[in-house]
Design a protein around this ligand. Structure first.
Ligand code: GLN
Length: 278
């Protein structure tokens, strides 16, 4: 028996809506694309499109998982970032759209220079890999404390045919040499605030990737201090920040002798990136 895609989408979007899942219809289309290879554009071109019962049941199982607040990216095992595909699991932070602002700034600066770029706390590898993909002459190194994350990042490096070198390292501990650019989206949530995050984040993103200590600023302090030794003269450092951290992170940069400090906003008008020069 076949089922109309139109009815299936309506019924399952309503189910997710009723369970309080935001962006329900986006998730349903992601599931349809993943399990049935049906895109919304295919359906719009052919509104009478049908779905087999077996596939519908498979997607319904996925919808049950989504109702239990498992992130859709974990259900399908991947996500898109800067137009590339990244494998994700519960060992790495799911790449966020906001982080594309950070990558845009780095790519604009690196251009086609023969720069050495370090991505600190790389997680899935999304920043390092997209910079390597977009900046042909850059040499990109990425580090993370988590062996499991490095494994995922290495797979993503292969999937996207990029050439990033990965190092398992507690911040700069095992990092050698100097760089023209250091970029990082470190954990920056205050420990106290983690309990208030959505279940999708607090139960499924790794705690290690979220927790920025009591002030949320632990990693900025540490990276800013030790980056001095690993940034070339006039090299630049790029951070993603929480919407309310621009002033504090800028001050830490100033205290450590960085200059030309610039704050960039995201598409919602919130402070999202801080850039400074050594
Ligand atoms: N650099 C990765 C990202 O931006 C991981 C960040 C993290 O784990 N805090 O998604």
């Amino acid at each position: 028996m076949e089922i109309l895609v139109r009815d299936f989408v309506k019924e399952n979007t309503d189910k997710l809506d009723a369970a309080g899942i935001s962006d329900a219809s986006v998730d349903i289309w992601l599931l349809l694309e993943h399990f049935a290879d049906i895109k919304k554009s295919d359906y719009l071109a052919n509104p009478h499109m049908e779905l087999s019962k077996v596939t519908a049941e498979q997607i319904e199982e996925a919808v049950e998982k989504r109702i239990n607040h498992i992130p859709v990216q974990h259900i399908i095992g991947q996500t898109e970032f800067m137009g590339l595909t990244f494998k994700v699991n519960d060992k790495v932070l799911v790449p966020r759209f906001d982080t594309e602002i950070l990558v845009d700034e780095v790519v604009k600066y690196v251009g086609d220079e023969f720069f050495k770029v370090l991505d600190m706390c790389t997680g899935s590898g999304c920043i390092a890999i997209t910079v390597s993909d977009m900046c042909d002459n850059a040499t990109v190194v990425a580090s993370d404390i988590s062996k499991d994350a490095i494994e995922v990042a290495k797979e993503n490096n292969q999937i996207n045919c990029t050439d990033v070198t990965f190092i398992e390292s507690d911040l700069f501990e095992s990092v050698e040499g100097t760089f023209d650019v250091i970029v990082s989206n470190p954990p920056y949530i205050k420990t106290e605030d983690i309990k208030d995050l959505q279940d999708e984040v607090k139960l499924h993103d790794p705690h290690l990737a979220l927790d920025g200590g009591e002030s949320g600023l632990d990693f900025y302090r540490s990276i800013i201090k030790d980056a001095k030794e690993h940034l070339k003269n006039s090299g630049k450092i790029f951070f993603e920040i929480g919407f309310d951290q621009a002033e504090e992170v800028s001050n830490i940069l100033k205290e450590n002798g960085y200059h030309d400090i610039v704050v960039k906003k995201d598409l919602s008008g919130l402070d999202r990136v801080v850039i400074a020069r050594n």
